[in-house]
Ligand binder design. Structure first.
Ligand code: SF4
Length: 367
């Protein structure tokens, strides 16, 4: 499997918690940005991909003409004839009927809607520019248009959020027949407005853990599988683009701040749209050649993110030598002895109790 990710680094305004790379209020740059993405793609002309993911930022701000131009450009350069999934992220305020129709006509099969909450008070508290009613309308529109997979993002730990308000958000979304939910825990990231001035009604760590556990439990009761640390889906509706990433597969990322993993190398583009527009091929940063031991550890760490599949040590041993696996297996066994991982036969998994502190456990897997 090989995935293609295209970053769309434009937003209406910056949400208070967001540390993703995007520029607010610079839609004047979009036409030149599409040209730059196609120029960057041309350096890899002829490659084929199994999945496509247009993320951001806010891809629904591209508008119909620019989306069409981007897809036409990518199709001229790459072989996208065998895509098994094509996802586009949209935000409620810009997910118009025309835009979604165009996405469907261009072959997108999966839409991920940035809902975050169905409480207007919670949305306002973190500077989201849409209302709960707009979010419900956008999700209903996407579902009604017949996309194969529909996902919504939800944040746990918003200022003033309670178990009841979170449950109402989840109930409201699942009643619209979505098939996938990404549930992220709010964190105070350096450089964000929220970190600079945290509100008094931010849930404590304990409350956030209870909120997440409550969400996990109600979603489980409604048939959603907790298949990755932050992701839930109905049977058969996993995001294949992200599964490829969590299984250590290859991917090419286009655009500023996009990451790539191809031919045993990993790199990331600089997070700088203006530099990218000047020279789309000149912003590569942080090139890393992965040694075999690092590759093994990284794949193990990514596989453990998958709550139900976990890491099958015997399967990895069939691909990597015993010497390569030795250090990793001893780290995994120590984590099992400390109760931070479970082991069933030769399959290691992250237990539910470690979901919110998974970063610490996974860092130890990396060694
Ligand atoms: S819309 Fe998304 S990418 Fe843009 S600022 Fe808000 S959270 Fe960040």
């Amino acid at each position: 499997m090989r995935g293609l990710y295209v970053h769309v680094p434009f937003c209406v305004s910056k949400c208070a918690y967001c540390d993703f790379y995007s520029l607010a209020d610079r839609l004047d740059l979009v036409p030149a940005y599409i040209d730059a993405v196609v120029t960057e793609a041309q350096a890899r002309a002829g490659m084929s991909f199994d999945t496509l993911y247009l993320g951001g930022g806010t891809p629904s701000l591209l508008g119909v003409g620019n989306l069409q131009r981007m897809l036409d450009g990518l199709r001229r350069v790459f072989d996208l004839t065998a895509l098994v999934e094509a996802t586009i992220e949209v935000n409620p305020e810009s997910a118009s009927e025309d835009f979604l129709r165009s996405a469907l006509d261009l072959g997108f099969t999966r839409v991920s809607v940035g809902v975050q909450s169905l409480s207007d008070r919670e949305l306002r508290s973190v500077g989201r520019v849409h209302t709960a009613a707009q979010a419900v309308e956008a999700v209903s529109r996407v579902v009604g248009m017949g996309f194969k997979d529909v996902s919504a993002d939800v944040i746990v730990g918003l200022p003033g959020q309670t178990p009841d308000s979170l449950r109402r958000t989840l109930e409201g979304l699942t009643s619209l027949s979505i098939s996938h939910l990404s549930v992220y825990c709010l964190s105070l990231e350096e450089g964000t407005r929220l970190a600079a001035d945290p509100p008094d009604d931010l849930p404590s760590d304990d409350l956030q853990a209870d909120l997440f556990e409550g969400a996990r439990s109600v979603l489980g009761g409604w048939g959603f599988i907790h298949y990755e640390i932050s992701n839930f889906c109905l049977p058969g509706q996993r995001c294949r683009h992200n599964l490829n990433y969590w299984r250590g597969g290859e991917y090419l990322g286009l655009g500023p701040a996009a990451a790539s993993h191809l031919d045993g190398r990993r790199w990331k583009n600089q997070a700088d749209v203006l530099a990218y527009l000047r020279c789309p091929l000149g912003v590569v940063d942080e090139v890393e050649e992965l040694g075999l031991k690092e590759k093994v550890a990284e794949e193990a760490m990514l596989r453990l993110r998958q709550m139900d599949e976990g890491l099958a040590a015997d399967e990895m041993m069939s691909r990597f030598s015993k010497v390569m696996m030795e250090g990793l297996l001893s780290r995994l066994d120590s984590l099992v002895a400390e109760g931070l991982l479970t082991c069933d036969g030769s399959r290691y998994r992250l237990p539910r109790s470690q979901v919110l502190t998974s970063n610490i456990v996974l860092a130890r897997v990396l060694g």
